[in-house]
Write a protein that binds this ligand. Structure first.
Ligand code: URA
Length: 250
């Protein structure tokens, strides 16, 4: 009898040890895993047509088409992100009965960097239509022809505590705008998860943001180019996404 209780005791002790081990491992994995980079053109889809049109020097002259293509890419990114979100069951009444449907939790904040981020924001919002919204202006203030610093002036954001933050910036060049904006956003709370939505990126920019965002951040990017030129533009890229969407600035 004594041995019987002893065996049960040590069995429970081992199970508890295993549970503690799993909890500790999952905590460290979620804290220290590297950023997850999802490059969407690695799988061939209609996305490639939209990317080819925004790059094409002739087609991109049509600013309405350019904006709509960025918006369509935003919709595709939203669909991809949606597959990773937390879902909750909703009881839906139809004219003929009821059905339980899993739907994403309503805790999303879409944040865009003005002004180039606006068409991408629109695309994300077409799918996450009940999301809250944040807008931040960030621009490159040139010190010399090739050196610049990021200036943030306009900042409007809801509280981010425990929410799903989707941060949109179409051109991930140096990564400095995204990192600067994220520093500012930290004052508005701690999101439970962060998704970065981008259209074209350069490898330098991706490496830079890897060290400026929490490790479990997910990057969703339509396509990645080889390098930046000495002015910090993506090559071959597409040019200036803000100008192509809204016209040239002084
Ligand atoms: N912003 C743009 O619009 N294009 C680039 O190539 C880099 C930053």
């Amino acid at each position: 009898m004594h041995y019987y209780f002893y065996a049960i005791d040590s069995f429970i002790e081992n199970i508890l040890k295993l549970v503690y081990f799993i909890i500790i491992i999952s905590y460290f994995c979620s804290k220290y895993l590297p950023m997850i980079v999802n490059v969407l053109d690695q799988k061939k889809s209609i996305l490639n047509k939209f990317i080819s049109e925004i790059r094409d020097t002739e087609i991109q002259k049509d600013s309405m088409r350019f904006r709509r293509n960025i918006e369509r890419i935003g919709e595709i990114i939203a669909y991809e992100i949606s597959q990773t979100l937390e879902f909750q069951n909703k009881i839906v009444s139809t004219p003929l009965g009821t059905k339980i449907v899993p739907v994403p939790k309503k805790d999303i904040v879409v944040c865009s960097i003005l002004r180039a981020g606006l068409p991408l924001h629109s695309g994300l919002l077409n799918f996450f239509d009940d999301a809250e919204n944040a807008f931040i202006s960030a621009y490159r203030k040139h010190i010399t022809e090739t050196e610049f610093e990021i200036k943030v002036e306009y900042f409007a954001s809801p509280n981010l505590d425990g929410k799903t933050l989707i941060l949109a910036d179409p051109m991930l060049a140096t990564g400095q705008s995204l990192a600067t904006v994220f520093e500012g956003l930290k004052k508005h709370g701690t999101p439970k998860e962060i998704h970065l939505a981008c259209v074209i990126g350069a490898k330098e920019g991706i490496d830079y943001i890897k060290s400026h965002f929490p490790p479990n951040t997910k990057l969703w990017i339509a396509t990645v180019d080889e390098h930046l030129n000495d002015k910090g533009y993506i090559v071959p890229g597409l040019g200036d996404a803000g100008d192509l969407s809204f016209g040239i600035k002084l």
